[in-house]
Design a protein around this ligand. Sequence first.
Ligand SMILES: *Cc1c(COP(=O)(O)O)cnc(C)c1O
Length: 388
Amino acid sequence: MKQSENTKIETQFIQGGKNPKNQDGYVNPPVQRGSTILFERAEDLYNDDLRSYGLEGSVTHDNLTDLLSQTMGGAGCVLTPSGLNAITLVLLATLKSGDHILVSDSIYGPNRRFCDLVLKGFGIETTYYPPRIGDNIEEYIKPNTKLIFLESPGSLTLEIQDVPAIVKVAQKHNIITAIDDTWSAGVFMQPLKIGVDISIQALTKYQGGHSDVLLGSVVCKDIALHNKMVAMHKNLGLGVSAEEVWLCLRGIRSMMLRIKHQDMAARKLAQYMQTRPEITQVIHPALEDSEDYAIWSRDFTGAGGLFSVYLKPELSDKVNAMLNAYQIFSMGFSWGGFESLVIDCTPQLRRNFPNKEQKGALVRYAIGLENIDDLITDLERGFEALKA
Ligand SMILES: *Cc1c(COP(=O)(O)O)cnc(C)c1O
């Protein structure tokens, strides 16, 4: 598609990732299933410039990888069967036995589990760093540190990291940086444009947007690193079905509209939560009294529709009653879909640097597309249940 360099991101999500010439003129690609690809000439069988097998993707996949590379400013994109698999692909492609990795203490739980169980078994050492460390991360660097893995804001506790400061230190020491940027959907923050080498998305969340797809992506800033991802992807035998890709493409076209609404709604609900005596702290970096507000407003142009709250310690043993009273907020893991979700995250919280002041239950809300007043009424139902 013809495109000018400086179209805005909303327009890029509509114009990008299309290849009608290759798909009979249709705007959207076919769901190109398949393992075998046929060749007309024996000379082409081992031509590395041609796609030769189903694991290498299809025209369907190309639409999505082109769109993601373009909107994130990357050199290339690989798709993985889940967001978690995008994370593990990056770890396996960049590390080897004897290496050391720095990982944010606020990292997505299954990422931590992979570091603690799998990487450790391979002789790769992980050190967790406090997410708000900034350029003091230099003190954690060892001679064998190969990768710094960031997530900003962090999972569950949503601390914002000073990404440019950490990147600067990493570049000085020749260390690769990777970020799990799922919360901002690769749009509200543009990690590759502020120097991060690798941007990871759980496309399962906002891009899919309808809770019917599991998919991940890895977009690299430079082609050498991208080729490393492609090679490990091939060595691991990873492949993604064209159905999943097609559903994600369908979702992603309306993503900007959805996430802007979810951002606005989440901020309103977070502000409402701040007025409630049952809550000791609302964790949302776009609230002006958040300790992360300064860095958030410097590096982000919007916010994901996900925030957490600490319940008063004396009410925390009733957290299940609050959750069970909701009629609109459903209980479920994951987020980014059309419906509002809630979980008590306290049982899954693992931190080397816990927030000592906060002892109450930690509850996470993912805001969907319902009417905002209805959602507030539902939150009130939960608070009523705490009185019983
Ligand atoms: C959900 C999530 C993932 C994993 O995505 P899946 O597709 O569910 O494997 C990774 N990182 C973050 C921050 C997530 O919220």
